[in-house]
Design a protein around this ligand. Structure first.
Ligand SMILES: Cc1cc2nc3c(=O)[nH]c(=O)nc-3n(C[C@H](O)[C@H](O)[C@H](O)COP(=O)(O)OP(=O)(O)OC[C@H]3O[C@@H](n4cnc5c(N)ncnc54)[C@H](O)[C@@H]3O)c2cc1C
Length: 506
């Protein structure tokens, strides 16, 4: 019997990985290719919330909120190693602020790109009431309203009169979740004798229905004739189409969002495991979230026209976020020194001429390419939260194109963390080798930034980088003589890209 031709997925972010898993569950052979590391795009640079998106209610996007809340419930049930409930607190100044404007907007009488004025208690309560009603998950506590003094949140600005609290969820490590999705798919495919290949740091080119995959040195490692191509390259969707010589209108209008991570003890104590969802001066939402032993503050929303991999948080964005945090907690007097490191990602939003980036829909869509040499579809938009439903929709749309039917879905399938002790792997040679061998690791950066999340470790040292480089040599991923170069390159990237210094740097 001739071998079934695989579906080729370009992009191993949370969406590409979810689609790969959904296809594998339907017994479709898969080759997933990422031009860098898996999970190295927007997936690693988000706010890490698994949420319905209270804010989307203002734009009347009820369908997106319902879908996201249903997926939140599924993730809490199916991926408890990754997704945990998080109580969020919204401090409020006025009683009626923004209510009239929101009512006019929902009736189509106000421009959606006009910023909302400081949201008052009635508006926030109405939003949270809808949120609770849309969430079918009765196991999570409903929203509450308290006077600031009784809310239990210390150091809040006395400007605030009330605090509304509601429950959402958090995925602290989407980087590891991507690995888990791919491992689950790989195990399923192997158990059924089906093809499931993941190739990182590879570029794909297309000619006469044939795809050539080349590694970083330009060597051809694979030629294949896929049945179908799924372009799940996030903010790179347009560049990927160019690379494949596929003509299409501009599909992505990415916006940059930056965060900073802080180990400031007073900020961590003020949060005490809870999240704060406040407004910056310009009405944009700002989150202050617990993040392991640290705190995560974000985000901004600015148009970005450069290649997504060049996105870094600007000083201006960091000042904006520090000012927003100080407005909520003036006693803390946070300054630039509170920033341990920062990161920035590009939201893969649909291209839109809307003046205000916050008004661009966060819904996902699929764009089929009639002109491509092969059946092909590009994935536009999406959130961490809706990765599974996006994958289910994508598979339902593409399988008929290759004469297949949907036979299974991932709605009730668990996603286990297969290396629950990954935090200690740096000191356990056997575990570290296993992670390198089974989690598609190629470089020190893969380990530091995404597999072991050492980027968040305030005690990260050059010595640790060297240890990781030596483990890569042992695994055959790095040449003996390249250790020092690789360590220096990683140290430089940590500084330039994330503003992070090592404890033993000169
Ligand atoms: C600042 C910010 C905050 C966010 N906060 C949240 C949040 O709190 N909750 C939430 O649900 N969502 C959030 N999101 C949205 C969410 O992070 C993204 O929508 C999601 O991660 C997109 O995943 P993706 O797989 O489509 O893209 P990505 O994660 O960007 O992955 C794309 C992959 O494609 C690869 N690639 C690029 N070009 C090619 C090519 N030619 N060939 C092969 N591979 C290629 C890249 O290397 C990358 O690995 C946020 C996003 C940002 C930027």
């Amino acid at each position: 019997m001739p071998e079934c031709r695989p579906v080729l997925i370009l992009g191993g972010g949370i969406n590409g990985a979810s689609i790969a898993r959904e296809l594998a569950l339907n017994h479709v052979p898969v080759v997933l290719v990422d031009k860098a590391d898996i999970g190295s795009g927007a997936t690693a640079y988000s706010s890490r919330l698994i949420h319905g998106g209270v804010r989307y209610l203002e734009y009347g996007d009820f369908q997106l909120v319902k879908e996201s809340l249903a997926e939140r419930t599924r993730l809490l049930q199916n991926a408890p190693d990754f997704v945990k409930p998080l109580r969020l607190h919204i401090p409020v100044v006025s009683r009626w602020g923004g209510t009239w404007q929101t009512m006019r907007r929902m009736a189509g009488m106000d421009r959606p790109d006009r910023p909302t004025r400081a949201r008052g208690l009635r508006l926030v309560q109405a939003g949270l009431w809808c949120y609770d009603a849309f969430a079918r998950d009765r196991s999570l506590p409903r929203h509450t309203t308290q006077r600031r003094e009784e809310s239990g949140v210390p150091h809040l600005n006395t400007l605030y009169r009330w605090v509304c609290a509601y429950t959402d969820a958090q995925m602290v490590a989407p980087e590891r979740f991507v690995v888990a999705l791919l491992q689950d798919a790989e195990h399923f495919a192997m158990a059924h004798g089906e093809r499931f290949d993941v190739l990182t740091y590879h570029d794909a080119t297309l000619q006469d229905q044939s795809v050539t995959l080349r590694d970083r040195s330009g060597n051809t490692t694979c030629e294949l004739k896929p049945e179908l191509i799924i372009n799940a390259s996030g903010a790179w969707v347009d560049q990927t189409l160019q690379q494949l010589s596929v003509t299409a209108p501009r599909l992505i209008g990415g916006t940059k969002g930056s965060h900073f991570v802080s180990h400031h003890p007073k900020l961590i104590a003020a949060l005490d495991g809870r999240g704060i969802y406040a407004e910056a001066q310009d009405g944009r939402p700002v989150f202050m979230l617990p993040f392991g032993d640290a705190a995560l503050v974000g985000t901004t929303d600015v148009r970005f026209e450069q290649p997504p991999q060049h996105a870094t948080a600007s000083e201006e964005e960091l000042e904006y976020l520090i000012a927003a945090a100080n407005q909520v907690f003036p006693d803390l007097n946070l300054n630039r020194e509170a920033v341990a490191h920062h990161y920035a990602g590009i939201r893969p939003l649909p291209f839109s001429r809307a003046k205000r980036t916050a008004a661009v829909s966060r819904r996902h869509t699929l764009h089929p390419h009639a002109c491509a040499e092969l059946p092909m579809v590009s994935v536009i938009g999406g959130k961490l939260t809706t990765c599974r439903s996006l994958a289910e929709e994508t598979v339902a749309q593409v399988l008929p194109q290759i004469d297949r039917q949907v036979a299974a879905n991932s709605r009730d399938r668990e996603i286990p963390e297969r290396a629950p002790d990954w935090k200690r792997a740096v000191d356990a040679p056997a575990r570290l080798q296993e992670i390198i061998q089974t989690e598609w690791v190629q470089t020190i950066e893969d380990l530091v930034e995404r597999r072991l999340l050492l980027l968040n470790d305030p005690n990260l040292s050059r010595q640790t980088l060297r240890k990781l480089a030596e483990a890569l040599v042992h695994a055959g991923r790095l040449g003996d003589r390249d250790v020092e170069t690789a360590v220096a390159r990683c140290q430089q990237r940590l500084l330039q890209h994330f503003g992070k210094t090592l404890v033993d740097s000169d």
